[in-house]
Design a protein around this ligand. Sequence first.
Ligand SMILES: NC(=O)c1ccc[n+]([C@@H]2O[C@H](COP(=O)([O-])OP(=O)(O)OC[C@H]3O[C@@H](n4cnc5c(N)ncnc54)[C@H](O)[C@@H]3O)[C@@H](O)[C@H]2O)c1
Length: 252
Amino acid sequence: MRLKNRVAVITGASQGIGRAVALRYAAEGASLAIIDVNVAGGEETAALINAEGGKAIFVRCDISDKADVVSAAEAVKKELGPIDILVNNAGITRPAMLHKMTDTEWHQVINVHMHGSFYWLQAVVHDMIERKWGRIIFVSSSTAQNGSIGQINYSAAKSAMLGMMRTAARELGKHNILVNAIAPAAATEMTKTIMNDPKFEAAREAALKQHPLRRSAEPEEIAPAFLYLASEESSYVTGQVLSVDGGSMLVR
Ligand SMILES: NC(=O)c1ccc[n+]([C@@H]2O[C@H](COP(=O)([O-])OP(=O)(O)OC[C@H]3O[C@@H](n4cnc5c(N)ncnc54)[C@H](O)[C@@H]3O)[C@@H](O)[C@H]2O)c1
């Protein structure tokens, strides 16, 4: 049990990568706080964990709202105790070419990824400093490095998360708090629109031919990397971006 007695907060754990990570952490002994705006999905993730004999609570929280984050963090501490592990995973996309992007599309994406991650970072860090132990994982994206056509809001927000991650790693290392990022690629609700749209079939097939592993992954295949970065095994790793994308970054 690599996370025995640890309390982990995972934002956006109602589905997709966040849920897979939550299930994996629970199987390794952590108590889980499932944070999301999707109530049905969040309650289902918590129920799946509790049914297996684990411990999980769902707390509804819009991470782009600071007051919501502050009260959710309080609720988690009251129910589960001080937070040891934070996974800043919740995310949205609002694609549009930059000359057509509305202010709303811009702000929604920036607010969730950038502001939401910062609010949660601040909400957990005091207890981690006091307890001299912490693991924080930002979920970024290859778009932080490569950009992404039609997603200037998303790639800007994901780049900002890496800036936060590196600064936090430098500020918090002396307190034994390790801060890293994962740039994942997995088939989820978020990618489904592109995966299922016949318009993108030719582009998808061409991309798959170039892909080193010739396939996409399920979220469960991404989760072990999150386990590594949350465990004692990563005790000398901080300030890093781990791409868990089957090597697809190599061929862009
Ligand atoms: N799937 C991929 O290939 C891929 C690639 C690169 C990066 N990512 C990143 O991985 C993370 C997880 O993505 P996924 O593919 O599992 O997506 P997903 O859409 O399946 O899950 C995202 C979750 O975040 C929640 N969420 C959205 N806005 C929220 C808010 N304001 N407050 C609380 N919860 C909120 C959603 O309700 C959902 O449960 C995201 O940050 C995404 O940007 C995914």
